[in-house]
Each structure stands twice: as structure tokens, then as C-alpha cells.
Design a protein around this ligand. Sequence first.
Ligand code: COI
Length: 360
Amino acid sequence: MTSTTQIPAIRIVRSEAMKPKPDPKELGFGRYFTDHMLLVDYTDEKGWHDARIVPYGPFSLDPSAMVFHYGQTVFEGMKAFKAEDGRILLFRPDRNAARFNISCERLNIPEFDEAFFVEAIRKLVEVEASWVPDAEGSSLYIRPFVIATEAGLGVRPSNRYLFSVILSPSGAYYSSGLNPVQIRVEDAYVRSVRGGTGFAKTAGNYAASLKAQVIAKKDHCDQVLWLDGIEQRYIEEVGSMNVFFKVAGEVITPELNGSILDGITRQSVMHLLRSWGIPVTERRISIEELAEAYKKGELEEAFGTGTAAVISPVGRLSWKDVDMRIGNGSIGELSQRLYDSITGIQTGKLEDSFGWNVPV
Ligand code: COI
């Protein structure tokens, strides 16, 4: 999607009180936020305007702001990394800009100029350069989002929006790090249906997933694996990741069908695999097919991919009374190679031969 929206230059209002930096070993995911945030307003009359970097702090919104009632909102997840040579690198921000607009289009939110999306984030990260952590496995997680701010309870698209970007120095998404996660296959609730919002990064998809996540936790699982919303047979995605399997030497992943997210790590994994001469097939995969492969001893590896999760090995898939134990409690060979390659490129340790990094 292209845009012709013109955005004025970004004003910077510096914070007078800088926060202490968190202990790099205790970062966790999304718990600490930097000193500044980016804000851009939208009105139907002015379009996107008044881009500014200001001290991080609460928003003041009318209690009837539409986002609170009808969930008209979209977000993205991206990362900045500290390279060994001191450079700060953004990973494929153009992909996030494009996906942001795809989500906005579905939620009837005015599109955002993609070049400005990248430039505004680059500028914010530049202002917050001292917050980019350099410990192994850490990064500055970037959360762009837009909310409908018009006051009123009529169900219709808002005529005012706020775009914001906040930054969070973060470690691994799962506290288990690279140890395999356990996943419960959800067979009652569904995440998305044909024609719904499954492909969009919008809050409602995540809100509707929480109940199943709580059930999974009770079953000693970290996350939920969703099945399709029609037959409840075909594998879609995991709560915060796309999913891949290696079955009898073949790498497979659910095809994009409108109800799963077009993950940027997913795209990058497929690109890497193909560049290594390893075929990867995007197709429908039923849970029965997977259980059958497991019984035959052919389910060799399973891993999730996501900006937050990077490559996350799956060690157990629990589906009704079938308990699939994958690998031997540690990360598989292919998953490890993909993790090393993606993080190597992101942190500038490996050559960025695909031109994925954008220096800040
Ligand atoms: C991401 O991987 O960036 C996500 O948005 C997933 C999750 C933390 C919601």
C-alpha cells in the first residue's frame, strides 16, 4: 500500500528527568520503558500532523474515546539491536510499516506514510540510543500503535486517532530462553475466522485469546496452538508466533489464508531456508497429520517464529489425549541454525547479505 500523506518535521521535547537504566540481566520482556515516546495526531481535517518526541508518560483521553469501547486499534512489534561495532540496527522496519498499513486498512484506520513510519522510529531510537541493551539475547523492543481517540459511543470509525511509539529494553520473550516451550492445541475456542481480523495486528485478536491461554497454563503449557475457525483441524499459529515443523526432512508451515499473521520472522526464516537450499512448503497442515507423523517418529522439529520470540523451539504439543514430545528437551539443529543466523544478522555479527538491517 502506498500513501501520499505528508507529515511535518518531528519536534523534540527532551525529558528533564532521565530514568535509571534497569539491570541488563533482569530485563524480561516489555517491563521497562525509555525516557521518550513518539506521538502523531490525526484528524479528518488535518490528516496526520504534529509529530513529536516527548517525555514518556500517561495519555489523557476522554472516557468515551472509541478505542475503549470498540477496540479500533492496531499495533506492531519490531526491534533495534546494538552491533559489536557500536552501530544500532533496525531489523526490516519497512516490513513492519507495510504490515501496519495492512492492519489499519482492515480496522478502517487512516493509513500512515510508510517512509515516515520508518524515519520517525529511526529518530526516536536515535534519541534513546543509550537505552539499546547489548547483552546477549537482548534488544530494544519497539511498539508502534494507533488508537481511536474520538469521544462518543456511536459505532462508526473514529475521526481522530493518536499514533504512538514506545520503546522497551527487553530480554528473551519466554523466561525459558532457548529451552523448548510447551504448547496446548486449543480445540474449543478459535482465534480467527474467514473474513475476520486474523491477519491484522489488532488488540481484539489478543484479547480473545487470553481465556485459552489461561487454560493452557493450567495444563502446564506456555502457549496455545490455534486451529482454523471452520473445521478446527488445520494448524494456524501460536499465541505470539507463527509455527514451523520439520517432518521427515521437510520443513512445512501453515499457508497465509487471511486468518494468520504474515510474520516478518516467518518471512525471514523462509528466505534463509531457501537461500540454504532447504525447501520449505507453505500449505494446510492438519493436526491429525501432525499426530500421525509423531506416531511414525517423523516429527523431527517444531519451532515458533516472531519478533518477540525470535526462534522458539517447541518441546511438547498437547492435543486432547495425544502428548507429542518433540526433540529431547533441547533445541533442534535446524532451529538453532536459524536462531544463530537471524540473531547474527540482526546484531551485525553475520553479513547482512539480504540488506535487512537499517542503521539508525
Ligand atoms: C511480536 O512478536 O512483536 C508480537 O507482537 C507478539 C506479542 C508480544 C504480542
